[in-house]
Design a protein around this ligand. Structure first.
Ligand code: HEC
Length: 239
């Protein structure tokens, strides 16, 4: 019995170690989500709106703001705050709690509140007409969990790769009169003010305070993290 018990305990500990090590596997966030297309590589079809590169970054930036660990201000539609029961931080929840219906770009809780102008709330950065049209195009095309890895190897240059990525995935929260965490990410000079180690930890989700992992609720794709890392290692140049 004693042997049996200690075997069980050993097994349990191994299980815990294994589960913990999963956090360090490459791209666990994106690779664990079942998809409608099996990872199309660049160049992506310009006529198709892709969930991973076009839609989730928008909904994360404009709608999924988490509770702020410094000011304790309430979060919005991230997985934890889940306001009004709506969680827009991942595909399944967007479809279910946002009531997104493929082919019906104006119906359901999420689209109705966007089109009425209720969301994002007026004190937050607003979606542009083009961004709303893009979301509607994605829904018209079936609201698929489709995927295209838009990561060419030259993408780590600031002007052509890093800035467009930060502009799309980070700017909505890190701009304006009260940027999140007091950090502006609107141009090269502002981006350079962020400490390298802090930036690295944030984009690789290396913080134990979960609200400091960026973008909150929705991890960047591995190849995007690689590109930012290459740019950092190359001296964070304005190239
Ligand atoms: C949905 C809103 C939102 C988006 C999108 C977002 N951030 Fe943040 N960011 C925050 C908030 C809120 C904080 C403050 C979190 C805290 O202090 O707990 C923060 C803090 C940070 C910090 C400081 C972390 C620390 O350790 O203090 C860095 C660096 C950062 N963000 C970079 C980024 C980058 C790079 C992106 C895009 C890849 C991004 N953020 C996208 C809301 C956002």
């Amino acid at each position: 019995m004693k042997i049996y018990l200690s075997a069980l305990i050993t097994l349990a500990i191994c299980g815990m170690i294994l589960a913990g090590s999963c956090k360090h596997q490459p791209d666990p966030y994106w690779s664990n989500i079942p998809r409608d297309t099996a990872g199309v590589n660049a160049p992506c079809d310009p006529n198709i709106v892709y969930f991973n590169k076009d839609i989730q970054p928008l909904l994360t930036s404009y709608c999924s703001v988490p509770r702020n660990s410094t000011t304790n201000a309430r979060g919005c539609h991230d997985a934890i705050s889940n306001r009004e029961g709506v969680n827009l931080s991942n595909y399944n929840s967007i479809i279910k709690t946002g009531e997104v219906n493929g082919g019906s770009p104006s119906s359901g809780k999420m689209m109705e509140s966007i089109l009425k102008g209720d969301m994002p709330q007026s004190n937050w950065p607003q979606l542009s007409a083009d961004q709303i049209a893009l979301i509607q195009k994605w829904i018209t095309q079936g609201a698929k969990n489709n995927y295209c890895a838009e990561c060419d190897t030259a993408g780590y240059k600031f002007a052509t790769g890093i800035f467009p990525l930060i502009d799309k995935s980070c700017k909505a929260c890190h701009s304006g009169t009260s940027p999140s965490g007091g950090i502006m990410l609107t141009n090269y000079t502002e981006i350079m003010k962020v400490d390298t180690a802090v930036l690295r930890r944030a984009i690789t989700w290396g913080n134990t305070t979960l609200s400091k992992n960026m973008p909150p609720s929705t991890k960047l794709m591995n190849c995007q993290i690689d590109n930012i890392t290459k740019w950092i290692n190359d001296g964070r140049k304005n190239n």
